[in-house]
Structures are given as C-alpha cells and as structure tokens.
Design a protein around this ligand. Structure first.
Ligand code: ADP
Ligand code: ASP
Ligand code: MG
Length: 449
C-alpha cells in the first residue's frame, strides 16, 4: 500500500465530451501519485437511463432516447486517434443497453433498472481509459463490480466495507502497479454478482470508498466549479470558493444539499483521514477546496446550502396527549420503509417531520404503502413544495449573536419549520420553494458579502 496514492474522480460534465476528457487526462498524468480514476457517466446519460428505467414509453420513444445516448458516446469515440481499439467493446455495451431498455420487465424489476443505470459509467470509463492511453500512459478499464460489494437494495445500495476493503486490496491494488486504473463510479454488485447502484451522484462516494479501502492519501473530486463555495454559485453570484473545510462542515453541507459532494462522501474520508480536494477539471490552475480533519479556522458561518423537493408530513392523533410510545410507532413505520427524517417538531397532539424527496431519484421515497400504514394509527397530512435552507458553521448554539443575525436576514419570509441546536454545525429552515433562492441570496449577503 502506497502512502502517496491519490484517487481522482471526474464528474459528468468533466467527461461530457472528448475535449473535456482530455483536460481530465492531463490532470491525471501530471500527478504521478494518481493511479486510480473514478468516472461518472457523461453528462446527461444517467438522466436518459433513468427515464428509460422509470417512464412508460412507446418502442419509438425508447429508440429515440437510446439514440441520444449513442450520439453522446459516438461523438467521443469518433474523436479518438484510434477508435477501432474501443469500438467493439463500446458496441457490446450499447447492445446490452438496448436489450435492457426494451426489456419487457424493465419498469418492474429493480435489478434490471440498476443494470441499465450502470451503462453510463461503464461506457465513459472505457472511453476515458482510451483517452489516457493516448497521452502515453498505460491505462486499463477496471470493472468496479469486482470490488465494490453492496447489499441488494437496488437503487440505493449500501456498501459492505469489509468486503470492499479485502477485495480492493486483492484485486485492485496489484493493477495499479503497472497501469492507471480507470473505473466506474456509482456502480456496485451484490453477493450474487447482480449490478447495483449507490443513488444519484454516487460517484463521489465510490471514490471515497476506494480511497478508504486502499488507504489513499488524497481523494480528488474534479467537477465544474473550482471548489466548494460559500453557497451554490448558480444561486448567488457572489458566492466564492472556500480554501479549506473540516470533514464535519463538508459532511453537513453535503447532507443539506451542496450537490458538489454526494452526502455520504465524507464518511469514508473521515474514518481513514483521507484528505479530499475539490476543484475544476476545466481550470485546475485555479486551485480548489481542501477538506481535512484539522482546519485553521472554525468560523461560526461557513456556507449556506439548499436542498430542494422536501416533503412535510404531519401526523396527528388526539390520543397522543397522554400516550407514550406514539412517536416510537410513527418512527418505527418510517424506519421500516427506509425513509430518513431530517427535521422534526412536536406539539401536544401532532408531530411534523420532513423527508427528502428528490426529483429524478432512482429509488422511490415516500410511497402509498408508507402513508397507508401511518394512517392505521393516526391522521396523516402530506405537503409538498418546500425547500430546506441551511446555514452551516461551527459552535453555532453557543456563539453569541449568530442566530439573531441569521433571523434578521430572513425576517420577511414565511418559515414553515426551524431546526437549531441539535448539533453545533447547522441552523435549518423549511421554506416555500418559491422563496428559497431569495432567502439564500439574502443570507449570503448578510453573512458573506
Ligand atoms: P459532477 O457532475 O461533477 O458530480 P455536480 O453537478 O454533481 O457535478 O456538482 C457540481 C455542482 O454543484 C455545481 O455546478 C454547483 O452548481 C453545485 N453546487 C451546489 N452547492 C455548491 C457549493 N456550495 N459549492 C460548489 N458547488 C455547489
Ligand atoms: N452518473 C450518476 C448520476 O448522474 C452518478 C454520478 O454522476 O455521480 O447520478
Ligand atoms: Mg455529482
């Protein structure tokens, strides 16, 4: 095990086309410590695959979506100096994709859906290994399913850490001695060898899991922005990159909607103290954000995040007034359906909580069965149309004046729920989705400009 191993992950826009892939390949070959490269599907491909797996379509419509994917992949192959070297393998993958897309059970079988969703990463990793080879470095395309063992919860599979570590050391480590290994993010396999996926945006998580398994020193996340910013630069023009962040702050930001990192990415990094770097594959010279255990500063406010598509569930029963165990029953049902609750408020006869319900997700979240089961013990009211806005920082419950400054900035808006004090790193508001961008902008102005 090399102490100086770096794992580099490139997201969808970074591998969207041949020119973008060339930028990434330069980043890889310029750092001799980089021996493992994890790639996402080319931008847009996973969204197309999700629609094939989830939306009923006519044969003609299926054909159109498949053609859109073929066009993205072929544009890259056509730019290669030696397309013939990868074309047969790419055609095999495209055949597998079409077979799954037209499979009569694709809308009903979660195992087939995950196999279809894996195609984007399997194609981009094949093509990216060819682009690295063009730059004069030996490179291989490695099937991550040999090492990334998960459970069988298709769509949101849970990595099995001990197996991943043992398999990576046995099967992946020897490969990096003689070649740069290009592998797939987001994809895994269960004990039977069936293909699984880790949830949308999961390639960051894959990179961190492999970094943990092989005791890498650094895990680089190369994306379309030059680091983690004070807030999403698409929402606030004056957002600026943060030179450093602690693992806790980054984990909090990722959990509460900073899409630049998948929410689970920091867990493996924290366990094995792997430093995480976030930077722009288009402009690596701009530097980026270092995420590590010990930061020089622990400011009370570090960043603002927004998570869209939040659902608020209110459960109500007059029996709750003197009843013990009602909360346990409610959360028992929620846990049984594998939903995770974020904000909770309770009153005499009712409990409200929020759930993440992202559009375009792979696994179905709040479903009819969950609601029906809750309805056997109480009245249930489900409201949509909310976003969660979170201020992330340090020592927030004890720092004087922190909350008043934040509340002053949002005073003109209707706040449906507030969560403060449960941990030192955040203050969250549930707000109407139509207000959330304004709220983020106001908060950003008050705290960072
Ligand atoms: P990739 O395809 O490389 O994984 P993503 O689209 O998943 O990229 O994540 C990058 C995007 O995350 C950025 O373009 C930006 O709009 C968004 N984002 C949200 N919050 C932040 C933040 N705090 N800092 C930087 N980017 C953010
Ligand atoms: N391609 C997958 C997605 O779009 C995983 C990733 O990009 O991280 O969700
Ligand atoms: Mg991402």
């Amino acid at each position: 095990m090399s102490k100086s191993l770096t794992i580099a992950k490139f997201g969808g826009t970074s591998v969207a086309n041949y020119a973008a892939m060339q930028n990434c390949a330069r980043i890889v070959v310029n750092n001799t410590a980089t021996r493992i490269v994890v790639v996402s599907a080319a931008a847009g491909v996973t969204n197309h695959l999700v629609s094939l797996a989830h939306t009923p379509m006519t044969q003609e419509q299926i054909g159109e979506v498949c053609n859109a994917i073929v066009a993205i992949e072929m544009a890259i192959v056509d730019s290669l100096a030696e397309p013939a070297a990868v074309l047969p393998k790419l055609n095999d993958l495209l055949d597998e994709m079409r077979e799954l897309a037209y499979h009569e059970e694709i809308l009903h079988r979660d195992d087939l859906k995950d196999q279809l969703l894996s195609m984007g990463e399997r194609m981009s990793s094949l093509l990216f290994s060819a682009v690295i080879a063009e730059q004069g470095q030996p490179a291989i395309n490695f099937d991550v399913r040999k090492v990334l063992r998960t459970d069988s919860e298709f769509g949101e599979a849970v990595p099995q850490l001990e197996e991943i570590s043992a398999l990576s050391q046995r099967l992946l480590q020897p490969e990096i001695e003689h070649a740069i290994v290009v592998t797939q993010g987001f994809v895994g396999a269960d004990e039977q060898g069936k293909t699984t996926t880790l949830g949308r945006g999961g390639s960051d998580f894959t990179a961190a899991l492999l970094a943990e398994a092989l005791h890498a020193e650094v895990c680089e996340i190369w994306t379309d922005v030059a680091g983690v910013y004070t807030t999403d630069p698409r929402i606030a023009e004056k957002a600026h990159p943060l030179p450093e962040l602690s693992f806790e702050e980054a984990a909090e930001m990722a959990t509460f909607g900073a899409k630049v990192l998948h929410p689970a990415t920091m867990e493996p990094a924290l366990r094995k103290n792997v430093k995480v770097f976030v930077g722009s594959s288009k402009a690596p010279e701009q530097g980026g954000t270092w995420i590590m255990r010990d930061c020089e500063h622990e400011p009370p406010y570090r960043a603002i995040t927004r998570r869209k598509d939040q659902v608020m569930v209110t459960v109500k029963t007059p029996k709750m007034m003197y009843a013990q165990g009602f909360l346990q029953q409610v959360f028992g049902i929620i846990a049984k359906h594998r939903l995770s609750v974020d904000l909770v408020t309770t009153s005499e006869i009712s409990v409200s909580f929020t759930l993440d319900n992202p559009a375009n997700s792979v696994a179905q979240r709040l479903n009819k069965e969950t609601i029906a089961e809750l309805e056997t013990i109480c009245d249930v009211n489900v409201e949509h149309g909310f976003d969660l806005v979170t201020v992330v920082g340090n020592h927030m419950q004890t720092a004087k004046g922190v909350s008043s400054k934040i509340f002053a900035a949002v005073s003109q808006y209707n706040l449906r729920m507030i969560c403060f004090g449960a941990n030192p790193h955040n203050l969250s508001f549930l707000v109407n989705e139509s207000d959330s961008a304004d709220i983020v902008q106001h908060l950003h102005k008050a705290l960072f400009e």
